[in-house]
Write a protein that binds this ligand. Structure first.
Ligand code: GDP
Ligand code: ZN
Length: 292
């Protein structure tokens, strides 16, 4: 018996990395199929070794999952590293807020990286950094190019399973290369990266970084549709609302149009205008979808 993590799954084979750093090719026991349980990349499992020399095993036990992401299909992801660039391309806060909602919905910790600070001035990106810091997010202004704060990011990745998310061109691959140069990920070549994306969405894979953590090798949250989110639960994904939710005049307050709303009363104070407006706009969007 040995325990480990499924780092890859292809055609009914599961590749399990064990604590002593070996990778075993395993078939899942029949009982999983019978119980309709599909092993997932990220699963913490117990295997029995069938052939030590050929590194073959049998997957016997899947331990309870902390969570399960649909796209990419992986389990036990600890955190989302959401990357935007201070400049080229400019930060799209609307998109950033949507990435955050997806991460919060999956109960992932959130780390926001504002990359390429070497080509921008703090007076341009500093305000955005403050908005998210004040909303209780971990924000790292960073530069892959000039290696600013790379050690901070590396520390955050230590011992955890992380998924990188963000638009293309913001420097996700560059940041990963900066953390672990042996990864040698392609950067700046959109076409070849799309190929890689296509390949990996079918087979999500965990990539080990400098022996210290795992990265989900796939484009991150590929879909930005906020499916399966009800307008009522949206407030839970704006963490800075939490102290005020439940303190409004009306129970079930949407914080959009009701009077004596505790959330609205704190806009411009603990809650930034930008984040509140984003909430209202997405709330209305979800509301309209429902009516269709
Ligand atoms: P990805 O699509 O998010 O993986 O982005 P890439 O890592 O491929 O980077 C896109 C482009 O931005 C490349 O041309 C990189 O050289 C450039 N880039 C990445 N990080 C930085 C940075 O910190 N500063 C500057 N000036 N350019 C960067
Ligand atoms: Zn309210």
């Amino acid at each position: 018996m040995a325990s480990g993590t499924i780092v890859k799954g292809i055609g009914g084979f599961y590749y399990v990395k064990t604590e002593n750093d070996s990778v075993y090719e395993c078939r899942a026991r029949g009982k999983f199929r019978k119980d309709k349980v599909t092993p997932l990349v990220g699963d913490i499992v117990e295997i029995s070794v069938i052939d030590e020399e050929k590194k073959k095993g049998s997957l016997d036990i899947i331990f309870q999952r902390k969570n399960e992401l649909l796209r990419p299909r992986v389990s036990n992801v600890d955190q989302a590293v959401i990357v935007f660039a201070a400049k080229s391309p400019a930060i799209n806060t609307e998109l950033l807020n949507r990435f955050i909602i997806l991460a919060e919905q999956q109960h992932l910790d959130v780390i926001i990286c504002i990359n390429k600070i070497d080509i921008s001035d703090e007076k341009f990106y500093g305000e955005i950094v403050d908005v998210y810091k004040n909303a209780n997010f971990d924000v790292i202004p960073i530069s892959a190019e000039k290696r600013i704060n790379i050690d901070k990011l590396a520390q955050k990745l230590y011992g955890r399973i992380s998924v990188f998310a963000g638009p293309s061109g913001v420097g996700k691959s560059s940041l990963l290369n900066a953390v672990d140069p042996s990864l040698k990920l392609n950067t700046g070549q959109i076409s070849t990266k799309i190929e890689r994306g296509k390949h990996t969405t079918r087979h999500a894979e965990l990539m080990e970084i400098s022996n210290s953590g795992y990265i989900v090798d796939s484009p991150g949250f590929t879909s930005l549709f906020l499916e399966d989110i009800s307008k009522e639960e949206l407030q839970n994904y704006y963490r800075e609302f939490a102290p005020f939710v439940g303190k409004c005049r009306f129970s079930g307050c949407s914080h959009v149009h009701e009077p004596q709303c505790s959330v609205k009363e704190h806009v411009g104070r603990e809650i930034s205008h930008m984040r509140y407006e984003s909430y209202v706009s997405i709330y209305n969007e979800l509301n309209n979808e429902r009516k269709k």
